[in-house]
Design a protein. Structure first.
Length: 262
C-alpha cells in the first residue's frame, strides 16, 4: 500500500472546519473521527492527533479531525462552547464522513481525548449505530456535573456568568455559565453502558483525572473492550517528553486497536 496520503482542509458547515485525510492507494472505506479536548484544536497538544491521522493513513484508514466551534483554536482563551454544541458538531462531522466517496458507513470509529472522550462516549450512547469502535484517551468518568461544577472557577462562573483561570505552562482560559450548565445530568459511565461497540481506554497513571479503571471498563457492554494504564504518564501522555516513550506507545496502542477492530 502507498504511504502517500492526501490531507485537505474542509468546511463542514459555515462555522465548523476540519481536516480530511484520505489514504493513498487502495482503501477499504474505514474512517475515524477525532474529537479534541477542552480548549484545544484538531491537531491536539503536541500535534498528537495529527500524528495519529498520518499513521492511520499509512495503514489505510481515513480520518476527519475537527475544530469544535467556540474553542477549536489552541491559542484561544475565551471559550464559547458547551457539551451541546460539541454534540451538534460531532453529529455534523459524522454525517460529513459518511458522505465522502468510498467511506464504509459501518466501519467508522472515534478517537476522543479528555473532554473529547466524554463527547465521543455521549455521542456513541445517543447514536449507537455510529461507531464500530472507539478509543478514549484520559477519559473523565462518572457524574460530569459534579466533577465540572466543583472547582472554584466553575462556582464563580455559575454565580457571575463567567470566570477565568490560569493553567500553568498553557494559558488563561475564560469559561461561561452555559458551559458548566450543559453537563447537568451527564454521567459518562451511564453513557458508556449504552454504547455497544468495541472500546479501548488509555490513561496515564499520573493523570489528574482519577478513576477506578476496572469499574469504568466494565460499564462497556461491547466486545472487545480493553484498558491500558501507562505507568508514569500524565494527562497529556508526556507529549513534550518523547524520551519517556509514552507518546509513541499511545500512538501504537491506538493504531493497533483500530486496525484490529475497525
Amino acid at each position: 500500500m502507498s504511504t502517500k496520503s492526501e490531507e485537505r482542509m474542509v468546511s463542514i458547515s459555515a462555522d465548523l472546519h476540519g481536516a480530511w485525510v484520505q489514504p493513498g492507494g487502495a482503501w477499504d472505506g474505514r474512517a475515524v473521527l477525532f474529537l479534541h479536548g477542552f480548549a484545544d484544536d484538531m491537531d491536539s497538544v503536541g500535534k498528537l492527533s495529527r500524528r495519529l491521522s498520518e499513521v492511520l493513513a499509512e495503514q489505510g484508514i481515513a480520518s476527519l479531525r475537527i475544530n469544535f466551534r467556540g474553542e477549536g483554536d489552541y491559542d484561544r482563551t475565551d471559550i464559547d462552547s458547551t457539551l451541546d454544541t460539541r454534540k451538534a458538531d460531532t453529529e455534523q462531522a459524522w454525517a460529513f464522513v459518511t458522505r465522502q466517496p468510498g467511506v464504509a458507513a459501518g466501519r467508522i470509529g472515534a478517537v476522543g481525548w479528555s473532554l473529547g472522550a466524554t463527547t465521543a462516549i455521549v455521542a456513541g450512547a445517543e447514536h449507537p449505530e455510529w461507531f464500530r469502535t472507539m478509543v478514549v484517551w484520559a477519559s473523565p468518568t462518572g457524574d460530569q456535573w459534579a466533577a465540572m461544577a466543583s472547582s472554584e472557577t466553575a462556582q464563580r462562573a455559575l454565580r457571575e456568568g463567567q470566570a477565568s483561570q490560569e493553567w500553568p505552562h498553557w494559558k488563561t482560559i475564560t469559561t461561561k455559565r452555559a458551559f458548566y450548565e450543559s453537563f447537568r445530568g451527564v454521567d459518562v459511565d451511564a453513557s458508556l453502558a449504552r454504547y455497544p461497540g468495541a472500546f479501548l481506554s488509555v490513561r496515564g497513571s499520573l493523570d489528574h483525572f482519577t478513576a477506578n479503571e476496572s469499574d469504568f471498563l466494565n460499564r462497556a457492554p461491547g466486545l472487545p473492550r480493553e484498558s491500558v494504564i501507562l505507568g508514569g504518564a500524565s494527562h497529556i501522555f508526556n507529549v513534550f517528553e518523547p524520551e519517556t516513550g509514552h507518546p509513541a506507545r499511545l500512538l501504537g496502542l491506538t493504531s493497533d486497536w483500530l486496525q484490529r477492530t475497525l
